[in-house]
Design a binder for this molecule. Sequence first.
Ligand code: PMP
Length: 305
Amino acid sequence: MSDRDGKIWMDGQMVDWRDAKVHVLTHTMHYGCGAFEGVRAYNTVNGPAIFRLDDHTERLLNSAKILRMKVPFSKEQLNQAQVDIIRENKLESGYIRPLIWIGDKKLGVSPKGNTIHAMVAAWTWGAYLGEDGMKRGIRVKTSSYTRHHVNITMTQAKTVSNYTNSILANTEATDDGYDEALLLDAAGFVSEGSGENIFIVKNGVIYTPDLSAGALNGITRNTVFQIAKDLGIEVVQKRITRDEVYIADEAFFTGTAAEVTPIRELDRIEIGCGSRGPITEKIQSAYFDIVNGRNPKYAHWLTKV
Ligand code: PMP
């Protein structure tokens, strides 16, 4: 990915893509203490716009706060950097990756006295779990890896180190021929996918794990809450067992990258009709209306580039 034309925003400057480098002794590269975001820009009916930009930047700064990192940029500066990076790379839509990391001034575990840096990059990225998966649903495996306990690496922060667990789970699942992993929390209850929140539908009610299961407080998850409210569908946050997923009528993953992706199987057990369910389809379609600027009620969630 490093050999490309274009620009990356690094510590306040637009740098040529190929020159956006850090030293091998960068603290975050050794110990994994960093915060990042995944944001999407859509080519809406009113031109390119970033979806829920302010909410993503707020979560980024909160992740840094949880990690005790003092970010030398304001929310406004980071918001502007994300708008600028889409414009600078002449993208109509794409994925935006902001990252906050600890520099290379010293290399003990303690980050005290080190520098804190920020970058923002953007590139085009289609359906994260495949176009086919968006229509037919994906095949998921319950992971042999447990999701983070809430008092280990901090589950409300989108931290770099949390993703080793995600990588292990996703690699195991995809090596076994599945599309994605479902992780359980330390007590054995459903938590989330390696990069997605999970929802199930049973008898017309939508259920999702409450955040004590160690799942990230997803912005797409919150968008689904709003959509369900508009559609008059009840959403309940509660502890969910893996066998509740097996016997659900429908299930789907949500995430900025994954958007709303139906799940058709868990552990080779067909969920509902074994394809995208009707409520999932309604939520998915409402989601794409919102992100593409076709629902004026949520125009405030789109920041024009
Ligand atoms: N959980 C994890 C582990 C994730 O990586 C993501 C993607 N950021 C999500 C949930 C969904 O969060 P969001 O909807 O804010 O992208």
